[in-house]
Ligand binder design. Structure first.
Ligand code: GDP
Ligand code: MG
Length: 443
């Protein structure tokens, strides 16, 4: 990540992107993708696409060349993974059937229950769960227990039955009882084999699911890609659920699997509990793959939240030689709070993940900001305008008024002095805007 940032910085000052000036940055992007466990052929194709997107691009005023390239990479990643979250399709004549397919241990049974819970909570529809896994008696029992936990109906099945019959009967039962949704959990082998594929195809033909979801363990890396390919060839997949992403911080599998199956990733499994299912957001995974924090969303936040007029006012004031006072300091704090506080700001800055946990906690502590504001509010208007007035007895009064210790007031005065120094530097024309831009854009 740091390397990528450095390379990207070197691109500054160029008017167009060309093969030469993007070569280093693309190499770093390639490394980032490989390190995120994206499959090699996918990486190759991806880099070539970005190269074609980039060549000849004029670098506008708002971005520098490095940012433009990062934006192209980021946009390309997102469009590859599907531009937005694809919701579960339940728009069909009930009972709507959802079929889950995948290898053994990928998380199908757990995910069946998670989906049932999600549907129950979000749509209030009735859900019937059924297990067509006749190879492991414990698998049927596992689903029965889970169904009880998530408030879903359970259709009993038996290892003497044929999986196709189990599935078809469950759908018939749901129709009889006027239930809305049937989720068919299936068996999986440890490896892809012809029998398993024939079986799941037969189930698919018998129950005609509206959603055929491929469940895949994100931790299996390159293997996940081969599995995805086999299931994609056997079944018309309508979506993918990537499980165990709580254990895999890299997210590369998402990109590979999307590329191989062409099906949207609909959910991420983020834990073992039945509530641990999240809608898939391509932009989050894209940032994670590139390991660069939510750089772009930070840029947008800053643009959205910084009150341009306020910035201009402050700048004007500084230029006319009036000093930076506690009123301005308080305005600054408000801006930071408007951006979701320091904590959210820190999360989005590249290279901040490594920051010392304790320091981070202190910085992110919303109460800290609240305390500072209380202190400033306890000052008189005159003290705010002329902080030099604040002597020992005034400090005691301010501390008592805002319910803090004298040390807290001292600390704030020190911080204020530092800000004041910085502001003096920014008193030049355009200086304030430059700093605002610098916060988000010049990374
Ligand atoms: P199946 O063989 O495909 O039905 O897989 P199971 O649903 O039985 O899950 C296999 C194991 O993976 C179980 O121990 C689950 O608790 C676990 N598991 C499933 N999904 C997740 C997930 O998103 N995160 C984590 N950490 N574990 C999961
Ligand atoms: Mg199972």
């Amino acid at each position: 990540t740091e390397r990528l940032e450095a390379t990207v910085r070197r691109l500054r000052g160029q008017a167009f992107l060309n093969d030469e000036n993007i070569a280093d940055a693309l190499r770093e992007v390639r490394m980032a993708l490989l390190e995120a466990d994206v499959a090699l052929p996918v990486v190759r194709g991806f880099i070539e696409q970005v190269r074609q997107d980039a060549i000849g691009r004029e670098i506008g005023k708002s971005l520098n060349p490095g940012q433009l390239l990062v934006k192209l990479v980021h946009d390309r990643l997102i469009s590859l993974m599907g531009s937005e979250n694809a919701a579960l399709n339940l728009a069909g004549a009930p009972p709507v059937v959802i079929l889950l397919a995948g290898l053994q241990g990928s998380g199908k049974t757990t995910t069946s229950a998670k989906l049932a819970r999600l549907i129950r909570e979000q749509t209030k529809k009735s859900v019937l769960l059924v297990s067509a896994d006749v190879y492991r008696p414990a698998a049927i029992e596992q689903l029965r227990v889970l169904a009880g936990q998530v408030g879903a109906q359970f259709q009993p099945s038996d290892i003497s039955q044929k999986p196709v019959d189990i599935a078809a009967e469950a759908v018939a039962e749901a129709r009889r009882r006027a239930l809305d949704v049937v989720i068919v959990d299936t068996a999986g082998r440890l490896h892809i084999d012809a029998d398993m594929m024939a079986e799941i195809r037969a189930i698919h033909a018998a129950v005609k699911p509206l959603e055929t979801l491929f469940v895949v363990d994100s931790m299996t890396g390159q293997d996940a890609v081969n599995t995805a390919k086999a299931f994609h060839e056997a079944l018309p997949l309508t979506g993918v659920i990537l499980t165990k992403t709580d254990g895999d911080a890299r997210g590369g599998a998402a990109l590979s699997i999307r590329e191989v199956t062409g099906a949207p990733i609909k959910f991420l499994g983020v834990g073992e509990k039945t509530g641990a299912l999240e809608a898939f957001h391509p932009e989050r995974v894209a940032s994670r793959i590139l390991g660069m924090g939510d750089v772009l969303s930070l840029v947008e936040d800053v643009q959205r939240n910084v009150d341009q007029a306020q910035a201009a006012r402050l700048e004007d004031k500084l230029r006319r030689g009036k000093g930076f006072d506690f009123n301005d300091f308080r305005d600054q704090l408000k801006m930071v709070q408007g951006m979701g506080g320091l904590g959210s700001l820190l999360d989005k800055l590249p290279g901040m993940s490594g920051i010392n946990a304790q320091a981070r906690e202190q910085l992110a502590d919303g109460r800290q900001l609240g305390r500072v504001e209380a202190i400033i509010n306890s000052m008189t208007a005159k003290e705010r305008r002329f902080p030099d007035l604040i002597n020992g007895s005034r400090k005691r009064r301010i501390a008592a008024g805002s319910g803090v210790q004298i040390q807290d007031v001292n600390r704030l005065l020190k911080q204020f002095e530092q800000s004041q120094k910085m502001m003096k530097k920014l008193g030049r024309p355009g200086g304030m805007k430059k700093m605002m831009r610098g916060m988000g854009a010049n990374r």
